[in-house]
Design a protein around this ligand. Structure first.
Ligand code: FAD
Ligand code: FES
Length: 365
């Protein structure tokens, strides 16, 4: 009997404490309405405090690049906070250079809206829109890479520069309790403004790619925002060296489709690395590009081909293949797309061949 009374009393105390804590939490976290002024008052809106600055802006249809979906790992959601925002957080510092900190840059996904704020964002972000589209095609390109083709519904068209990316929204699904955004480079022809192609590689256990591979179906409606990014071909006449692996194919496909239309005579060499034959794709399409673009060559390389595959192309790491092709890259430009490790290795090789760092452009996946 005494035992039950003791347990009952303990439960009552715990319940009361939980209730008080909930009340305190609600009271302490009630930041009320906060006003956010953008670019010296060019746009001003009011929001209920408590969310991240990134979320508050997206609720206002202002989409800041955020490839990691607000986890503080991609560093893309930087913007200038001139007033409000509290002190710089330890989660932000790894992504900010000393001069950026001096310039009041912050990671908008880490800054909470708790008071009125004044911020600055690039003018171009005002033209980033949210799109609704219908999936019209899902085609496997390799065992773990898939083409996702969409037709735009609202708005019906999109303008983008080859190299741009969009942020696809993966909605909630059984193993993922909340929706997330992930960045995907556009793989389609910029002249086909009604459709958008993405090339997506499955990341085992990845939230968005599991949804794309295991849940997304033809006919399904999807949401994305964009276009984002500044990875694009320069307007010089220098030879372009493209280097990619896996789904890093995407932005180059868009660039090549554009080059077919412009009939540029600018030299371009495309080095594409894969482990073995089952990771290689679009070989026939690349042959077609070689025929249609005046000075373009595709150089596929396998780092670990199996004998039975009868591979007669280049072998070895793509960086070694690039090194073997050039003696001097000082007058060329490089465009790289792939994992951070691949990009760092390519930058090392290219600068070693005399390429100035400012001639190297990349999107790290
Ligand atoms: C500018 C930009 C453009 C991009 N374009 C493309 C594209 O065209 N095609 C494409 O397939 N991807 C692209 N990505 C990568 C993409 O945004 C996602 O990061 C990727 O699809 C994984 O998302 P997820 O939600 O499935 O995995 P998450 O749930 O985010 O990650 C699950 C786990 O896998 C790890 N992980 C995350 N990404 C990778 C990766 N790429 N390889 C290995 N491990 C990883 C994470 O650290 C985490 O531990 C791009 C990224 C950026 C920044
Ligand atoms: S959204 Fe990736 S660091 Fe903020």
């Amino acid at each position: 009997m005494v035992f039950f009374v003791a347990v009952g009393t303990l439960c009552a105390i715990c319940g009361a404490l939980a209730f008080l804590l909930t009340l305190a939490d609600r009271y302490l976290n009630d930041y009320g309405l906060c006003t956010i002024s953008i670019n010296a008052g060019e746009r001003v809106f009011t929001t209920t405090g408590g969310d991240s600055l990134l979320t508050s802006l997206s609720q206002e249809q202002i989409f800041i690049p955020s490839a990691c979906g607000g986890r503080g790992s991609c560093g893309l959601c930087k913007l200038k906070v001139l007033g409000g925002g509290g002190p710089l957080l330890p989660t932000e510092t790894p992504h900010l250079e000393a001069d950026e900190i001096k310039d009041r840059m912050r990671l908008s996904c880490q800054v909470k809206v708790r008071e009125d704020m004044a911020i600055e964002i690039p003018e171009a972000l005002f033209s980033v829109r949210e799109f609704r589209a219908c999936v019209t095609e899902l085609t496997p390109l390799t065992h773990d890479i898939q083409l996702v083709r969409m037709e735009l519904i609202d708005p019906e068209t999109i303008d983008f520069t080859p190299g741009a990316y969009v942020q696809l929204q993966a909605p909630e699904y059984p193993d993922s309790p909340e929706s997330v955004y992930r960045a995907y480079s556009v793989a389609s022809d910029p002249r086909d403004t009604r459709h958008l192609d993405l090339i997506i590689r499955r990341v085992p256990g990845g939230i968005c790619t599991t949804w794309v591979f295991d849940h997304l179906t033809v006919g399904q409606r999807v949401t994305f925002n964009g276009p984002h990014g500044d990875f694009e071909m320069s307007d010089t006449e220098s030879e372009m060296i493209f280097i990619a692996g896996g789904s890093g194919m995407a932005p180059f496909l868009s660039m090549l489709l554009d080059m077919v239309q412009t009939q540029t005579t600018r030299p371009a060499r495309y080095f594409f690395g894969a482990v073995n034959r089952r990771d290689m794709f679009y070989l026939d399409e690349m042959k077609e590009f070689e025929a249609k673009i005046p000075d373009f060559k595709f150089i596929p390389a396998l780092s670990n081909p199996e004998e039975a595959e009868g591979w007669d192309g280049e072998t070895g790491l793509v960086t070694d293949v690039v090194k073997a092709h050039y003696r001097d890259c000082s007058d060329k430009e490089a465009y790289l797309c792939g994992s951070p490790g691949m990009i760092d290795a390519c930058v090392k090789v290219l600068t070693g061949l005399g390429m100035p760092e400012e001639n190297i452009f990349f999107d790290k996946f």
